[in-house]
Write a protein that binds this ligand. Structure first.
Ligand code: NAP
Length: 299
């Protein structure tokens, strides 16, 4: 069993850190707002006042932070984790960030004698809580094998997809697919409701055919009840579609739907819905239809 530093104890990071602690690892957690370390402490883990403190004595350093600048700041900024980590420590970044930033950070880690994997996840809050995440891993094979005791605890599906950055590229593809799915689901819901069809019954039968999906299964109640407490915040999905568009552009890939979805998601942020769950794309479709979306019940 390892000593694990876990930095970023938000919606995803907190349940992941708790699972690792409950599986016998000693977890030293740090979060910018300290109150979020409470669940880890209740599970027997340690709350640390800084990232540098958390990594002291840690064999493995896990990150679950919002965006590329956050990961860069924690690894290389003031109190840099890469400068305070124990020699040979393995950094596992579960955050969804830009593949090019990941590649740069992996080389910075290597230059300091450390190892780094990108291991972004899919499965949402439900997957983090049930430890059934799908984890797309980029990095060296030996390092992926060394991470087995950690990744196996958190994931139902763990796949090594290629060299550093490859995990983030697969995650970008995942976010494109999920956004497209949510958008067409939202359009179908408005079509059904406007046509006077019983929405619950319609979704039941759709879920039994080719239109069935994990997205429909997980977001069904949000759509039916206009309940958009996150979950996965629109502003994070907006960030991810930015990554998709930039990655496609820099790779010379034409992906027209990606551009359209990025614009629709950005419009959600511009309309003040950035803090809602991404299933609130339904509100965007309602706005496009001249409807005033009901106030979301975020209780
Ligand atoms: P979140 O709830 O905002 O959690 C991020 C946490 O990081 C927050 O608690 C934040 O603290 C902390 N943090 C930010 N900067 C920090 C710093 N410099 N030092 C220490 N802690 C810091 O976000 P999340 O939903 O867990 O998402 C985390 C990552 O997972 C994102 O990259 C997201 O795209 C990805 N992801 C999310 C989901 C999902 O369903 N939520 C699913 C798959 C992947 P504060 O409380 O102070 O802000």
């Amino acid at each position: 069993m390892s000593t694990i530093a876990f930095i970023g104890l938000g919606i995803m990071g907190s349940p992941m850190a708790v699972h690792l602690q409950k599986h016998g690892h000693a977890v030293r957690g740090h979060n910018r707002s300290p109150a979020k370390a409470r669940a880890l402490q209740e599970a027997g883990g340690t709350a640390c006042a800084s990232a540098a403190d958390a990594v002291s004595g840690a064999d493995v350093i896990c990150l679950m932070l919002p965006d590329s600048p956050d990961v860069e700041e924690v690894l290389l900024g003031e109190g840099a984790v890469l400068d305070h980590a124990e020699p040979g420590a393995l950094v596992i970044d579960f955050s969804t960030i830009r593949p090019d930033v990941t590649r740069r950070l992996a080389s910075a880690a290597r230059e300091r004698g450390l190892r780094m994997l990108d291991a972004p996840v899919s499965g949402g809050q439900a997957g983090a809580e049930a430890a059934t995440l799908s984890i797309m891993v980029g990095g060296e094979s030996a390092d992926v094998e060394a991470a087995d005791d950690v990744l196996g605890v958190l994931g139902g599906t763990v796949v090594h997809v290629g060299p550093p950055g490859a995990g983030q590229t697969v995650k970008a593809a995942n976010q494109l697919i999920v956004a497209g799915h949510l958008q067409v689901l939202a359009e179908a819901v408005v079509l059904l409701e406007t046509s006077g069809v019983d929405l619950a019954r319609a979704l039941d039968v759709l879920a039994g055919g080719l239109a069935a999906s994990a997205v429909l299964m997980q977001k069904r109640d949000n759509l039916l009840e206009h309940r958009f407490d996150p979950g996965f915040r629109v502003e994070l999905h907006d960030k991810d579609l930015g990554i998709v568009v930039e990655t496609a552009r820099s790779g010379g890939v034409v992906a027209p739907m990606a551009g359209l979805l990025a614009a629709l998601m950005s419009s959600m942020v511009a309309n003040g819905d950035g803090g809602l769950d991404h299933s609130a794309l339904l509100r965007g479709v309602e706005r496009l239809n001249g409807q005033t979306p009901p106030r979301p019940d975020t209780a």
